[in-house]
Design a protein around this ligand. Structure first.
Ligand SMILES: O=C(O)C(=O)Cc1ccccc1
Length: 284
């Protein structure tokens, strides 16, 4: 059976995204849970043919460890999955000034920064996953607290529960399904595709990025995101991860990529159906 690697233990948002991928794509993957994002990245292409990991949060932006691995790997993006993300603060302690230690996952910490600031000087212990945060609280129930997914715990088990401690009520995270092999999908099965590219040029020169962007603009290819990451080879050199609307088999996209190829190195990370964005509700 094919195995899908994701961040565990069971109950993480990454697991929810994996289940959504399996259901929507009708695959028969068995989920294998790893205790850190790094371990998931090491497993895909080795023991597992697929991985599902968070790549971008609504307020915190890109998850650099995943982004950097993706840029430097031979993995292909086969799907994006968007999930609404709500966190709760839980503790057995009622007087919040007595809390000595807060367990919070490193991607979650920034998303709940306003609430965490209200706790004052509480020691923050960074965890690898939100369910690790829950388990660490269960192991150390006195004078500690955790920030956990809102549907991951039994309310009556805790004396203090503060719901929706994320800074933005419309919080959401985009996950990617990464494959070691390209999976051929009929372009006609979806109407709304995205393509991710990594663009790099060793020779820093004026106007290169403008030329790249013009190749898309002149063909009315819409960019959905552009982000630079240091190459970590030479200071001041960057890879650009560019997401565009469309499939690499679309004429306009193919022509733009061919043109960019003449002036810079382009790596095609894959074309995949675009996820539907959760719109802001009247309640915020
Ligand atoms: O720990 C989890 O539940 C994850 O899947 C990682 C994560 C952390 C914060 C927001 C979304 C995903």
């Amino acid at each position: 059976m094919n195995k899908l690697a994701t961040l565990g233990p069971k109950g993480t948002f990454s697991e929810s995204a994996s289940l959504k991928y399996i259901t929507e794509n009708k695959t028969s993957h068995e989920i294998e849970y790893f205790s850190s994002i790094k371990q998931v990245l090491n497993a895909v292409g080795d023991s597992n043919d697929l991985a599902v990991l968070p790549i971008e949060n609504f307020s915190e932006g890109f998850v650099s460890i995943v982004l950097d691995h993706l840029i430097n790997s031979r993995l292909t993006i086969v799907s994006e999955i968007l999930l609404p993300i709500q966190f709760s603060f839980i503790s057995n302690t009622v007087d919040l000034t007595k809390i000595e230690e807060l367990f919070v996952q490193f991607v979650a910490e920034g998303q709940c920064s306003e609430f965490i600031d209200t706790l004052g000087t509480t020691h923050i212990t960074s965890t690898q996953s939100n369910i690790e945060s829950l388990n660490r609280l269960i192991d150390k129930p006195i004078n500690s607290a955790a920030i956990v997914p809102s549907d991951s715990f039994v309310h009556s088990d805790y004396n203090t529960v503060v719901e929706n401690v994320n800074d933005y009520k419309n919080n959401q995270t985009r996950f990617l399904a990464l494959s070691k092999e390209r999976i051929a999908v009929d372009i006609n099965t979806h109407s709304n595709w995205k393509t991710s590219l990594v663009v790099h040029d060793d020779h820093d020169r004026p106007g290169l990025l403008a030329e790249v962007l013009t190749s898309f603009a002149s063909r009315k290819v819409n960019l959905t995101s552009i982000i630079s990451r240091p190459t970590k080879v030479e200071f001041g050199q960057y890879n650009f991860l560019i997401d565009i609307q469309g499939h690499f088999a679309d004429q306009a996209v193919a022509e733009a990529i061919a043109e960019i190829n003449k002036v810079a190195k382009v790596k095609n990370m894959g074309s995949y159906p675009a996820a539907k964005v959760y719109l802001k509700t009247a309640a915020g």
